[in-house]
Design a protein around this ligand. Sequence first.
Ligand code: ADP
Length: 507
Amino acid sequence: LTTSPTRPGFHIIHIAAEMAPVAKVGGLGDVVTGLSKALQKKGHLVEIVLPKYDCLKYDCIGDLRALDVVVESYFDGQLFKNKVWVGTVEGLPVYFIEPHHPNKFFWRGQYYGESDDFKRFSFFSRAALELILQAGKKPDIIHCHDWQTAFVAPLYWDLYIHKGLNSAQICFTCHNFEYQGAAPASDLASCGLDVHQLNKPDRMQDNLARDRVNPVKGAIVFSNIVTTVSPTYAQEVCTAEGGRGLQTTLNSHSKKFVGILNGIDTDVWNPATDGFLKAQYNVDDLQGKLENKIAIRKQLGLLSDNAKQPLVSCITRLVPQKGVNLIRHAIHRTLELGGQFILLGSSPVSQIQREFESMANHFQSHPHIRLILKYDEALSHSIYAASDMFIIPSIFEPCGLTQMIAMRYGSVPITRQTGGLNDSVFDVDDDMVPVRFRNGFTFLTPDEQGVNSALDRAFNYYANNGESWQQLVQKDMTIDFSWDSSASQYEELYEKSVARARVVHRT
Ligand code: ADP
């Protein structure tokens, strides 16, 4: 291990449970990679620490090698060895921690969903800090994400600062407040945190159950910077309806809390260079988009005698948050309106998966509907490219990436006005929004009438305003959803926080 070289920018270390494409479950993975690449491009030294899952996509890691060091980390009163690997993912240096614990923490064939998740990830959070300490790294920023690595914040201020790892400001980003990782307070002891000290209302005690600790709350209390992934969602989670018990904590720490809209990785999501597509295309030449529509219809066995028949799609995790009932309704409504619908999605909830499987069987050889119930990165690219419209009827949506990807591929979004959707999709008929920002169709009430009100208008617009529709498609394709401006906002927060720490240090 080497110490950090001296550079003009900041030294930023992300500690996370996901990173696209090597370990991606959802948007978190995309954000860690996209933000890191953008910060690296701005001249910062960016490193990432991940668990070494057995199910990593190893073919996406360059130069993977084991380091000649063993990092010891604490678990349930004992020290355990960790092997540390290093490799390159998307041009970024990544450390992978492989715990040598008999419970094989990251050798489970899946990323999450294990009964010992709380203990596995609190162990990992500590091992990551131990790695940084033992490597002699002096990061300016340690950036942790979601409940799995939220432990980093209390571990840093309660333990590691005293061990000599004291150069950093801690930034915590919560990508979804639905997942807080609360667990019985006693579980916290496994990673060496002091349960007695931390299970208090102003620290990590869960606001809804006094015998439980809440890692997300801990990170809000202990971090220097707390962010979430869109300005509207940041407001929503400060209310009783949206905060899931954390609104009071967020309100008392509101000075350090801010919502920054995610970007998308515009190198990965680029219809002009996308290797997954049948035909590449760009805003000045949309012929390729039509070819993709023809190709996907053929591939999925959909009727393709009418190039003008609108194709609506949806790519999503099938969880209640995403409005599964409204997705189901949108499929039927699209059929009534004379369109075609492709759903690509899978569900971690077995009942939802079963319901959609039975629907998929029902439509198995239907000429206009196809449900594909799996995770398929390649297919997702083809669907974004082929579609005319893309529907996201979420009940809540912290940021949402699919509306931005859809627009980049010229698929017009139809979305509910919530969270990050509200910050990125603006209705073509909304007089309150300047015309140049209007880019899709939105609805407010999360019910079937709401979906109809937007979907029907989209179909009408598509059928009756051919030229305007094409202009809308072109406008959507040129919107800048790159990480550039979002990364600048993070940079600014880092800068302010580091400057504040220097002042405090001097006084
Ligand atoms: P969330 O993080 O809540 O799942 P986001 O909209 O932030 O939702 O990110 C979803 C990401 O996962 C997008 O990149 C989307 O293309 C991808 N995705 C979701 N479901 C699938 C699927 N079944 N197959 C391929 N990609 C998927």
